[in-house]
Design a binder for this molecule. Structure first.
Ligand SMILES: [Zn+2]
Length: 276
């Protein structure tokens, strides 16, 4: 690698680390507090257990590693998520410098897409929620990304968004009908179905990201990977004798994987499709 290239990778990693700190702060504050709690508000960086403000060192997970991994005010141990997110974004943004091939606009677009899906996945995994606020801000940002891409444009993106929304809304309705049927048979309501309302909104974002007809491929990849994961998960639970056929799985991250694969590796996916 040339010296310039190494420099870019290091700058990318630092930028990614900062992006990871931002995602951690948003993922801490955006979800509603408590069961019926109000809408989460953005606040100064603080401990999630006792609300005490973080010292400057403890704003980052890397800093927290050096400060004993416990909140100095209440003693609650630090979770692993902030560290995983900061390292993950540092690696991703370093890799983006290679993906962008020296084009700063391309780098920026890739960074925005990575940020959006990173935040949505963290919140969905932790809370089983895809927040409406995150969705509409992301939709506006993804439409802007589409406008700046030479191979997309707003029409293609909007068509993708509409098709993604309609398809997963159809699956959502089927899931609702299935849940109602199961509820009648068991005499009690089924708590969660495969696709929730949030997944319908997320499918619209996937469509905005990859456009029409890419949305079909992205959703297929997402559902295929999600299904494969569900089967492996089911086998593991069967082996541990903990299998429950109605145990819900968060599908949001798998839809996100579909969108990310198609956004970042479109030529590769086109190669597979051409070979098939
Ligand atoms: Zn605390």
């Amino acid at each position: 690698m040339r010296a310039m290239s190494v420099l870019y990778v290091i700058l990318g990693a630092i930028l990614g680390w900062l992006a990871g700190i931002l995602v951690n702060l948003l993922a801490d504050d955006l979800p509603p507090v408590g069961e019926e709690g109000g809408v989460g508000r953005l606040r100064r960086p603080h401990c999630r257990s006792c609300g005490a403000g973080h010292t400057r060192l403890r704003v980052t997970a890397v800093g927290r590693l050096m400060s004993g991994r416990r909140c100095p005010a209440c003693g609650t141990p630090d979770g692993w998520r902030p560290l995983v997110v900061e390292i993950g974004f540092a690696l991703a943004f370093a890799w983006l410098t290679q993906w962008a091939e020296g084009d700063p606009v391309r780098y920026g677009l890739g960074a925005v897409v990575a940020l959006i899906y990173g935040l949505i996945c963290v919140i969905d995994i932790e809370h089983r929620l895809i927040l409406w606020r995150t969705v509409w801000v992301s939709a506006v940002a993804l439409l802007a990304v589409a406008l700046l891409r030479s191979d997309m444009g707003w029409q293609k993106a909007l068509w993708g968004g509409a098709v993604g929304f309609a398809l997963v809304f159809g699956v959502f309705l089927l899931g609702q009908a299935y849940a109602a049927w199961v509820a009648r048979r068991r005499g009690q309501p089924l708590e969660e179905v495969a696709f929730g309302g949030g997944d319908v909104n997320l499918a619209a974002l996937v469509g905005l990201t990859v456009g029409w007809p890419g949305v079909l491929v992205a959703l297929f990849i997402g559902i295929f990977v999600g299904g494969a994961f569900a089967i492996v998960f089911m086998l593991v639970q069967l082996a541990r004798r903990r299998y429950d056929p109605h145990q819900p799985i968060a599908y949001g991250p798998f839809l996100a994987i579909g969108a990310l694969v198609l956004f970042f590796f479109a030529p590769l996916v086109r190669g597979w499709l051409g070979a098939a």
